[in-house]
Design a protein around this ligand. Structure first.
Ligand code: NAP
Length: 254
């Protein structure tokens, strides 16, 4: 890899946008790919394509047709399928692959966290923890909570998919969220327990700080087993992703 390179960033996260911005500034040809789930996504710098590739075969074809020099999988830690597809497609085409995933959150003094293996497990834990739930796990998979006779404040970027719990209010919003705002929101709605995925990162961490301050329990959904990709080179920061590309351009793969 010498000179400007064509880089495919599998996106849908703040880190993916930051990386695109950084690489475009450095003169690279960057194409960011979005799944197309969000109606009005925040668009990254550089070129953007939207929609699935058609499985690993479709992605492999796309890499060849577009002469891609490297793929950076900067998708959300809970997006499992696209990451697995990237592993297969890059192996088939001999394209270097880097995983950029922010670390998960860590429990701090004053936190009362209950770890759940998945959303169904989170739903089973809730009745013992509170009547009024702040559900921040995103718009997918909420059927897991549909059978619960609790009240839910459901916050997501786009309207959530049915079925939903009988008693709920939907709040359409998008981070980053300040701690004061999170605290006021929880107080206003009399929230007794918070549910979140272990997404990590600063954009949505304020809910955890606010819950700690209010002494509220938090159900944290563990990252799925499939999100670990030990066979793939991986970094946790945009800076390290840029360094990985730099090293490859100099001909010394990291
Ligand atoms: P997923 O289950 O891993 O992917 C399902 C299918 O969607 C993939 O097989 C692929 O279709 C397509 N796809 C996913 N990400 C894509 C991308 N960046 N570009 C092109 N196609 C993509 O993904 P998901 O959990 O539904 O998440 C979808 C997107 O939302 C991801 O890009 C992710 O970064 C973002 N996101 C997810 C979450 C979450 O909690 N899951 C949270 C925030 C943001 P084909 O097989 O047809 O290529």
């Amino acid at each position: 890899m010498t000179g400007p390179t064509t880089l495919l960033i599998l996106g849908g996260t703040g880190e993916a946008r930051e990386l695109a911005k950084e690489l475009v500034t450095r003169g690279e040809h960057v194409v960011s790919s979005l799944a197309g789930r969000v109606a009005r996504p925040k668009l990254p710098d550089g070129e953007v394509r939207v929609g699935g590739f058609g499985g690993p075969e479709g992605l492999a074809r796309w890499l060849i047709e577009n002469d891609v020099d490297a793929v950076i999988d900067a998708t959300h830690p809970f997006a499992q399928r696209i990451g697995a597809n990237a592993v297969i497609a890059t192996r088939e085409t001999g394209t270097p692959l880097l995983r950029l995933a922010r670390p998960g959150w860590t429990e701090q003094p004053g936190d009362t966290w209950h770890w759940a293996d998945d959303l169904e497990h989170a739903a089973r834990l809730l009745p013992g923890l509170g009547e009024r739930v702040f559900l921040t796990s995103g718009r997918q998979g909420l059927a897991a909570f549909a059978g619960l006779d609790l009240w839910f404040l459901i916050r997501c970027v786009d309207p959530p998919e049915a079925p939903l719990p009988r008693r709920h209010e939907v709040l359409l919003d998008r981070g980053p969220y300040p701690v004061d705002g999170e605290r006021a929101l929880m107080e206003r709605h009399g929230v007794e327990v918070v549910v979140t995925k272990d997404s990590g990162g600063a954009m949505t961490a304020a809910k955890l700080t606010a819950a700690r301050g209010l002494g509220l329990p938090v159900v944290v959904v563990r990252r799925p087993e499939g999100c670990r990709r030990p066979e793939t080179a991986s970094v946790t920061t945009v800076q390290d992703a840029v360094a990985w590309l730099g090293a490859r351009k100099k001909g010394s793969p990291a």
